[in-house]
Write a protein that binds this ligand. Structure first.
Ligand code: LLP
Length: 417
C-alpha cells in the first residue's frame, strides 16, 4: 500500500498533486511519501512486536538524510556498508548503538571511524577482516563487537545480481568455516562476540528461503553454545520483496510470524536490515515526454530521465509501472521508454503498452524509492535530479537538483596544458 493515488485525473502524492511539484521545480525528480515510509516501517516493526528486536534500515536503498531521519524518528537503527553511510547516519541522528556495519571491503579508516563512533557491531565477512578488526581495535584499546556473516548456501530465488547467500557469492564466511572462525574470534584480543548474521539476497518473494537460512544458522548457534559461546543478536539481514508488477511477496506480518516461530526458542534479540521493503513503494520518479519517434518496427518515447537516473531497468531488466501524471491521453501505444543517454541500454521500459503520451506529458515511474536515486549517476554530464518529500499537503525539496558546476567540483586542468 502506498499513497500515490489519482484524484480525478491528477496523480497525487498524499495530498499534493504531482503536477504542482513540477510547476515549482521542473522535471525530472524523485518524490517520496512520508506517510508511506512511516507505514512501511511500522508494519515491519509491528510484525516483531512480540519479540525483542531492532529494525536497522539498510540505508543503501535510499540514503537521503530526510529518509534516514524519518526512520530514526520512528526508533529505527541503521545498517551501513561504508564510512560515508555512517557519516550520513550520524548526521540524520542515528544512535551508534543501533548501527550494524556490513560489507565485504571495510577499509582501515572506516573500521577506525566505526570504532570511534561506538557502533553496535561489525558483520564480519571474511577471515582476514576478523583479524584486521581485532588488530585495529586492539591498537585503539577497544573491543569491537562482531557478528559473523554466515553464508548459508541457500537459494533466495531472485535475480542473480542480488543473490548473496549462495556459496559462490563473495559475501560472508561459508557455513562450514563459521565455527572455526568463532573459535578464533574468541581468542582475539580486540573482539567481543555479540551475534550471528546472514543476508541471503534481495527482492525475495517467499518466506521459505529465510526459514531455510535460519534453520542452518540455528545449527551453528547450537554448536557454539556447546563450545561456551553464547550470542545475543541474531541479524537476519534484509531482502523482503515488494510488488513491482504482479509479484505477491509475503506481508511483513506473515514474514514476521514465520520468523518468530523459527527463532523464539533461541531467546535472542533479532535484528533486521530491510531496505527496499521500507522505501521501494514510497517513491516515484517523475519525468517528462520530450519526443515520440514512430518507426515501422518500434515506437520510442524519449523522456528527460535516463538510465543514469534510474538504473534498475538497464541493469536488471526490472519492471517499474508507468502512470500518467495527468490522465488526458486517448488510447495507448506500445513503445520503448528511453532516456537521452547515448547507449542502447538506456531504457526505463521495453515494449510497454502505455497511455498515448504526447510531447510535454508527464509520467511517473512507480516503486522507484529503493535503489533509484541511490544508484543514480551523472553519466553524460547530466546533473542528478532533485528529491522531494511530501507529508500531507506539504512538500519540500530534500535534495536540490545538481548543477553542472556541482558536477565539476574538484576537477582541475593541470598546469602543463
Ligand atoms: N543487508 C545487506 C547486507 C545487504 O547487502 C542488503 C542489500 C540489504 C540488507 C537490504 O536488502 P533489501 O531489504 O533492500 O532487499 N540494487 C539492487 C538491490 C541490491 C541489494 C544489495 N544489498 C536493486 O535495485 O534491486
Amino acid at each position: 500500500m502506498h499513497h500515490f493515488q489519482y484524484k480525478g485525473h491528477d496523480l497525487y502524492a498524499e495530498d499534493v498533486a504531482i503536477k504542482d511539484i513540477v510547476a515549482k521545480i521542473g522535471s525530472p525528480f524523485y518524490v517520496y511519501s512520508q506517510a508511506t515510509l512511516e507505514r512501511h516501517f511500522r508494519a515491519m516493526d509491528e510484525a516483531f512486536a512480540t519479540v525483542s528486536h531492532t529494525i536497522c534500515y539498510s540505508m543503501k536503498a535510499n540514503s537521503n538524510l530526510a529518509v534516514v531521519k524519518n526512520f530514526v524518528n520512528l526508533g529505527g537503527g541503521v545498517d551501513i556498508v561504508s564510512g560515508g553511510e555512517l557519516y550520513r547516519a550520524l548526521k540524520a541522528g542515528a544512535s551508534p548503538s543501533k548501527v550494524v556495519y556490513s560489507g565485504v571491503g571495510k577499509k582501515d579508516d572506516e573500521i577506525e571511524y566505526a570504532l570511534n563512533t561506538g557502533i553496535l557491531m561489525f558483520n564480519v565477512e571474511s577471515e582476514q577482516e576478523l583479524t584486521r578488526i581485532s588488530e585495529i581495535a586492539n591498537r585503539m584499546g577497544r573491543k569491537a563487537g562482531i557478528a559473523i556473516r554466515v553464508n548459508p548456501d541457500v537459494d533466495p530465488q531472485t535475480h542473480p545480481y542480488i543473490t548473496t547467500g549462495l556459496k559462490n557469492a563473495k559475501f560472508g564466511i561459508t557455513i562450514d568455516r563459521a565455527i572455526e572462525e568463532y573459535r578464533r574470534a574468541k581468542g582475539l584480543p580486540g573482539i567481543e562476540i555479540l551475534g550471528i548474521d546472514c543476508h541471503i539476497g534481495s527482492q525475495l518473494t517467499k518466506v521459505s528461503p529465510f526459514v531455510d537460512a535460519i534453520k542452518k544458522l540455528k545449527n551453528v548457534i547450537g554448536k557454539l553454545k556447546e563450545m561456551g559461546i553464547s550470542l545475543t543478536y541474531f541479524d537476519l539481514g534484509g531482502g523482503l520483496g515488494i510488488q513491482y508488477n504482479d509479484e505477491a511477496p509475503p506481508l511483513p506480518a506473515d514474514y514476521g510470524s514465520e520468523i518468530i516461530k523459527e527463532t523464539k526458542d533461541l531467546g535472542m534479540h533479532l535484528i533486521f536490515e530491510p531496505g527496499r521493503n521500507l522505501v521501494g513503494n514510497a517513491g516515484i520518479l517523475v519525468a517528462k515526454t520530450l519526443y515520440i519517434k514512430h518507426r515501422d518496427e518500434k515506437n520510442f518515447i524519449v523522456i528527460d530521465a535516463g538510465m543514469n537516473d534510474l538504473a534498475r531497468p538497464a541493469l536488471y531488466g526490472s519492471f517499474h509501472g508507468i502512470k500518467p501524471v495527468v490522465k488526458n491521453q486517448d488510447g495507448t501505444i506500445t513503445a520503448d521508454i528511453v532516456g537521452p543517454i547515448c547507449e542502447s541500454g538506456d531504457f526505463l521500459a521495453k515494449d510497454r503498452e502505455v497511455p498515448m503520451f504526447k510531447q510535454g506529458d508527464l509520467m511517473a515511474f512507480m516503486s522507484a524509492g529503493a535503489y533509484g536515486f541511490a544508484m543514480s549517476s551523472s553519466y553524460n554530464s547530466r546533473p542528478r535530479v532533485a528529491e522531494v518529500m511530501v507529508k500531507g499537503n506539504k512538500f519540500e525539496v530534500i535534495r536540490e537538483r545538481e548543477t553542472v558546476e556541482d558536477l565539476m567540483k574538484g576537477e582541475k586542468v593541470p598546469s602543463f596544458l
